[in-house]
Design a protein around this ligand. Structure first.
Ligand code: FES
Ligand code: FES
Length: 157
C-alpha cells in the first residue's frame, strides 16, 4: 500500500505518495528530478548515490524513501550556495573528475569527511572515500582536490 512521505530536500519540503519499496535515490531522481545523484551499482558498492541524510553521508540506494520521512536530505544540487562549494571548486581546479559520474557522490562523502576531520591526512581521505569508486581511477587528483578544499575551508572558518 502506498504511503505519504514528507522529506525536506535542499531546504524545500516535498510531500509525495510513494510505494514502500521506493528507494531514496529514485525518489530524488524520478520524483524530484534531482539527477545529480547517480545510480552506479544499486547494491551499496560504488557510492555514486551518496547524499546527506540529517547531515550524515548515506548511500541513497540503501535507504527507502519512507525511511527518510520527516528527514532533511542534501544532494549535490544543494551544496552550492550561490557559488560553488569549495569542494566543487577544488574538484574542478584540481581535475578531480574525468567522466564525472562518481563526482557528486565523492563530493558529498568528502563534505561529510571534512565536517568530521577538518585537517585530514592523505590516509584519512583515502579511508574516508573507500566506499566511493571512480571507474576512471583518477584517485590522485580526487585526494588533491579534497586537500585543497580542506585548506580553503579551514581558512574560511
Ligand atoms: S548506486 Fe548506491 S552505492 Fe552504488
Ligand atoms: S570520474 Fe568517472 S567514475 Fe569517477
Amino acid at each position: 500500500m502506498k504511503r505519504e512521505v514528507t522529506i525536506t530536500v535542499n531546504g524545500v519540503t516535498h510531500t509525495r505518495t510513494v510505494e514502500p519499496r521506493l528507494l531514496l535515490v529514485h525518489f530524488l531522481r524520478d520524483e524530484l528530478g534531482l539527477t545529480g545523484t547517480n545510480v552506479g551499482c544499486d547494491s551499496s558498492q560504488c557510492g555514486a548515490c551518496t547524499v546527506h541524510l540529517d547531515g550524515q553521508a548515506v548511500k541513497s540506494c540503501t535507504v527507502l524513501a519512507v525511511q527518510a520521512d520527516g528527514c532533511r536530505v542534501t544532494t549535490i544540487e544543494g551544496l552550492a550556495n550561490g557559488t560553488l562549494h569549495p569542494l566543487q571548486q577544488a574538484f574542478w581546479e584540481k581535475h578531480g573528475l574525468q567522466c564525472g559520474f562518481c563526482t557528486p557522490g565523492m563530493i558529498m562523502a568528502s563534505a561529510d569527511l571534512l565536517s568530521r576531520i577538518p585537517n585530514p591526512t592523505e590516509e584519512d581521505i583515502r579511508h574516508g572515500l573507500d566506499g566511493n569508486l571512480c571507474r576512471c581511477t583518477g584517485y590522485q587528483n580526487i585526494v588533491a582536490a579534497v586537500q585543497a578544499a580542506a585548506e580553503k575551508l579551514r581558512i574560511e572558518n
